[in-house]
Design a protein around this ligand. Sequence first.
Ligand code: KG4
Ligand code: ZN
Length: 362
Amino acid sequence: MIRMLGIETSCDETAASVVALDDDGAPQILSNIVLSQIEDHAAFGGVVPEIAARAHVEALDGIIEAALSDAGVSLAELDGIAATAGPGLIGGLIVGLMTGKALAVASGKPLLAVNHLEGHALTARLTDGVDFPYLMLLVSGGHTQVVLVRGVGDYERWASTIDDALGEAFDKTAKLLGLPYPGGPSVELCAERGDATRFAFPRPLRGETRLDFSFSGLKTAVRQAANAIAPVGEQDVADICAAFQLAVTDTLAERVGRSLSRFREDYPDLAAPALVVAGGVAANTAIRATLETLCARHDMRLVAPPLALCTDNAAMIAWVGLERMRAGLGNDDGMDFVPRSRWPLDEAASPIIGSGKRGAKA
Ligand code: KG4
Ligand code: ZN
């Protein structure tokens, strides 16, 4: 059995976890502790990097101690330490990676510098044992991407947002309508009471053969609609939310559908072709239902890990450490690694224009 400590501090969650891999290859999450900073940032309507970094410094040692004691594992019993080294907010990344390095020096264990996006990409193997290759749709506050996952360390980005991330579009729409942060759950809740047909919002990039996403036009349309009927009442807000969410699900169905078609063409012989979702937006019931229908239409299965492992956590970071160690990609240069606020999974892909402006969440 090998045991890995994971540390995650790239955005507004301070997290630590111990994950084990049996000799027969079965993974086991021994502990998984996540401290959310949502309340620290709520008053600002978004994550404030300086506040996030300070909160990580204050909490991280206690969170790591708790993860080790929950798992009943001592530092000496670990086989490695995996810390998120990017992409994300640089202050938080420095806190997590330096703590990982200090623990590695003190314990003599190897340090693995992990890409946060790889954590999201490989989670479905931890939770559902999904075999390569598969497609991943990452929809979070900072990223909207479709990635072909061919193997550990072997990724090809097929699509990304050319402007706002999907979670960001939910958050901005909520802010505009005076709904509480984080916006996604607020918009979803309001949408339930709304009439989605009252406003006709755009379906950005619809019909284009490229696979990318765009959400900033949708946000602008929401602003214009709200301004046109100001002051907006409760029912107006509900109707706008419903129309916004419908535009989002329609857009995802069309955009992601193209990626699924390509995947099926590129890999016609897979026994169980899968689309894996990750990121906080995957909590949205309407979006999940849309993806279920879409996958069924393409004869694929939708793998949605439990929400606690879809959103930011350290179990996925420990898991990347184990996968990399098992694949022999483990412990080359962790101690020398410098945190990277930008670190694409697919280094060969062209830079994402405009996206990640927030430079924050993944
Ligand atoms: O993955 P996550 O917890 O954090 C990172 O971005 O890394 O995702 C947070 C994002 C926020 O933008 C939030 O508004 C969105 O996920 N979100 C939702 C829902 N729950 C969270 N968006 C739509 N519907 C939801 N139910
Ligand atoms: Zn993330």
